[in-house]
Ligand binder design. Sequence first.
Ligand code: NDP
Length: 452
Amino acid sequence: MTAVLDEKLEPIFQDVLRRNPGETEFHRAVHEVLESLGPVLVKYPEFAEKKIIQRICEPERQIIFRVPWQDDKGEIHINRAFRVEFNSALGPYKGGMRFHPSVYLGIIKFLGFEQIFKNALTGLPIGGGKGGSDFDPKGKSDAEIERFCQSLMLELYRHLGEYTDVPAGDIGVGSREIGYLYGQYKRITNRYESGVFTGKGLGWGGSRARTEATGYGTVFFTEEMLKARGDALEGKKVVVSGSGNVAIYAVEKAHELGATVIACSDSGGFIVDEQGINLETLKRIKEVERRRISAYAETHRHARYIAGAESTSIWSVPCDIALPCATQNELTGRDAKTLVENGCIAVAEGANMPTTPDGIRIFQDAGVCFGPGKAANAGGVATSALEMQQNASRDSWTFEYTQKRLQEIMVNIHRNCHETAAEFGTEGDYVLGANITGFIRVAKAMNAMGLI
Ligand code: NDP
């Protein structure tokens, strides 16, 4: 957070620091948006007069609660869960639930804050929110996951509703967990309210292409950034970090568009397969067997597995395009420098805030196309909004149609970010373009609604 803020914005940021002590990820997310807003206040002085930015930085509602549950041996455990309902100017709060031991209020607030602008960028009627728990699903049995989800929903249900707050998945929350959460919601409320959750199974209200949407969308966004420079994905070497939901479908779409993904990872280490990651093996290991990525090298003996020593990072693998799809702060300044030296030309964030601020600066200074998560990974939530549309009309669209809508949305997001960056400052600065486009849409709605 070294960039200097506009003199009107610095006091706002200092206030955020004072009111939210210790929440470093949230501070960073706010700072990054404020860095972009100087020129917006010149064009729209009413946003400063009405204190719209100060209001956006304060969540509308923050819920923190206890989740007690019993493991298979009968031992009692206590976790903490969160739902931060950040902004509902454009629609019901919308954002995923994350289960990971690193979760605390600062992580959920950073994700919820980002979500406001990301959701606005989609052009669809959804507000911003996020939730999660410090529960660690690793090593838990199916029955333990079910009991935890049911206990969590016993409190969370009262805050949800298809017109109020609509959760989805995130790290550690996939279709299995959504099933348990939704089942318990239905049981408590005695309502078949499909639109209260997204990421549901296809047989019970889910949307085709939702599972694929975030990864696919990230690759569509990458293709648009390359097109804007007269280039294309075809023939490029790609490195994707992570091997979860976002990563797997980024690999799939990159391959479909003629690129070769040569490396991916999990928190234990990474694999390099110069022949191209075999998608069938990857899906079997991660989605069916739920094993570590190291198992890939057992099936494909020519592939290398590098265990996650501090000094070795997946970003040391030379590539044309880097797609960080695992977690926050996973691509540092040092990694960015290595990628630039190795000739990387484009980076798109499938994960939320995976690149550190110095990493972003290094990419931008070197002229690397950089697509921030707010824009590049917005395809997931956009398709969630399409799932809500299908639920509301009791309809179910084909995969092809849904994917076409997703692609159109990603093309629009790219165009809006590109045009806005050019209008407000620096052509090709997608960080600026995404922050300003998303902010203006929310700020105009808030301004129209009076003092909310
Ligand atoms: P998954 O849980 O399916 O996968 C996460 C992947 O990242 C796993 O490979 C995991 O490895 C790795 N990972 C998680 N935490 C860490 C860590 N601390 N250090 C190293 N690796 C880690 O999550 P998703 O794919 O759904 O989410 C990935 C990212 O994308 C997150 O930032 C999420 O917020 C973002 N995102 C997700 C969307 C979605 O639709 N799912 C939408 C928009 C953004 P391991 O299994 O070893 O933990």
